[in-house]
Design a protein around this ligand. Structure first.
Ligand code: NZQ
Ligand code: ZN
Length: 394
């Protein structure tokens, strides 16, 4: 059985950001906390546009900027205090996935009597949240419709990066204008596209039988991102490219491509990447690209045919020998990541790790050996160590 729940009202297309005030007013929102990142939305003028739209419709607001990529718990605590003292009834994120995930954490924290880190590090399921809205400026995480948010605890050393999955975390409203992503750097465009692809690959490689409709839908996301990332990198202001990548990003992570798979997918690469981000503050998409090939080769023997089929669907690859076809598929994805300016090893990611470093990562990813990762192939701490090591030795 698969659950598919998509409660988010989406406004997609040119000018979507101008409708924020109207849509929130229709929903009875009276005061919002506008939450944003390190300044891109100030520089672009988007923040002013959102403020004006809210003012026209009589919606009050307070603001908190400064969300860093890999959003930090310390700022979330400030946001919770502010949201409470100002009595806001929505957290409105303006920016990328980090601002949005920080907003989701604030919305849990406002409605929770204890420490908001309980919801993340201690896995206490949230029971209530304020509604969250978002104006998305980067196509990557799919957080605009996902149940997920990922927070970095910067109050411990090494930092801990942990996600919370709850249907309460699905935004109430999402405003998505692909034009707002024209200013995203080539590097962040690459990171975003890899993240979108990985949200699909994590699902495609799941335990349980295949399901043709969803296999084809996964292939559609992957082919779309491969095709249009090339265009967007050549011409950052190509609307068709930015729009296709943006919607592919949403569909990749809103649960649509889980239906029929009977499991939520593998997610080992994501969990392993979150440790890389926690320890070394790397960009999520780049971290994923740096380890995926090593993961793929480590687990391929579970089902060479599945890899071969993926290569056929996405790149039109064929070979009678399924092992050869599998390797060609992995190589094709790695070449694709490189063409997006992304690393395919930890060295290319800028890391050169010692045995102790790798042990520490594997220990953190497996919570000291207490948990296993993945379900296409279930990985214990030793397996996780071997994959990090392979990514480090490449
Ligand atoms: O902070 P500002 O100044 O806004 O700059 C950001 C940031 O430096 C910049 N940026 C965003 N939109 C821009 C722009 N620059 C120019 N023009 C624009 N239009 O891009 C940089 C990265 O932003 P960030 O929000 O960190 O990126 P992303 O959207 O990739 O979010 C990454 C975070 O989301 C988590 C990741 O782990 C990471 O912490 N994830 C969240 C998921 C979810 N909630 O469902 C799922 C993912 O698997 C992922 O784990
Ligand atoms: Zn991701």
């Amino acid at each position: 059985m698969t659950e598919y729940y998509a409660p988010t009202y989406v406004l997609f297309g040119k000018g979507a950001q101008n409708e924020v005030g109207r849509v929130l007013k229709e929903r009875g929102i009276k005061k919002v906390l506008i939450h944003f990142g390190g300044g891109s939305v100030v520089k672009s003028g988007l923040l002013g546009v959102v403020e004006a739209s809210l003012e026209v419709h009589g919606i009050h607001f307070v603001e908190l900027g400064g969300v860093q990529p890999n959003p930090r718990l310390s700022l979330i605590r400030k946001g919770i205090s502010l949201a409470r003292s100002e009595n806001v009834d929505m957290v409105l994120s303006v920016g990328g996935g980090s601002a949005l995930d920080s907003s989701k954490a604030i919305s849990y924290g406002v409605c929770y009597d204890g420490d908001v880190w309980d919801v993340y590090g201690r896995h206490v399921a949230p029971k209530a949240s304020l509604p969250v809205g978002c104006i998305i400026t980067l196509a990557a995480t799919g957080s605009e419709m996902s149940n997920s948010s990922v927070v970095t605890n910067d109050e411990v050393t090494p930092n801990e990066k942990v996600g919370c999955n709850s249907n309460l975390g699905r935004p109430a409203v999402a405003f998505m204008n692909p034009e707002l992503t024209y200013t995203v750097s080539a590097y962040q465009t690459g990171c975003g596209s890899v993240d979108i692809m990985m949200h699909t690959l994590e699902r495609f490689f799941h335990s349980g039988p295949a399901f043709e409709f969803t296999d084809q839908s996964c292939a559609n996301v992957l082919k779309t991102v491969v095709k249009y990332t090339k265009v967007a990198l050549e011409n950052p202001c190509d609307y068709e490219a930015r729009a296709n990548i943006m919607w592919a990003g949403t569909v990749s992570h809103n649960g649509f491509n889980n239906v029929g798979y009977d499991s939520i997918g593998d997610w080992a690469c994501h969990k392993m990447e979150h440790e890389l981000s926690a320890f070394y503050d790397v960009s999520h998409g780049a971290g994923l690209a740096a380890i995926w090939g090593s993961w793929a080769r480590y687990v391929a023997s579970v089902d060479y045919h599945r890899f071969a089929y993926l290569g056929e669907l996405v790149f039109g690859l064929n070979d009678d020998d399924c092992k050869v076809a599998c390797e060609r598929t992995i190589v094709a994805f790695e070449e694709c990541f490189r063409s997006m300016g992304m690393p395919t090893s930890l060295k290319e990611l800028g890391l050169s790790l010692s045995t102790d470093d790798i042990e520490a990562l594997a220990n953190a990813a497996s919570r000291g050996g207490a948990i296993r990762l993945g379900n296409f192939k279930v990985l214990c701490e030793d397996d996780i160590y071997n994959i990090y090591k392979a990514a480090n030795d490449r």
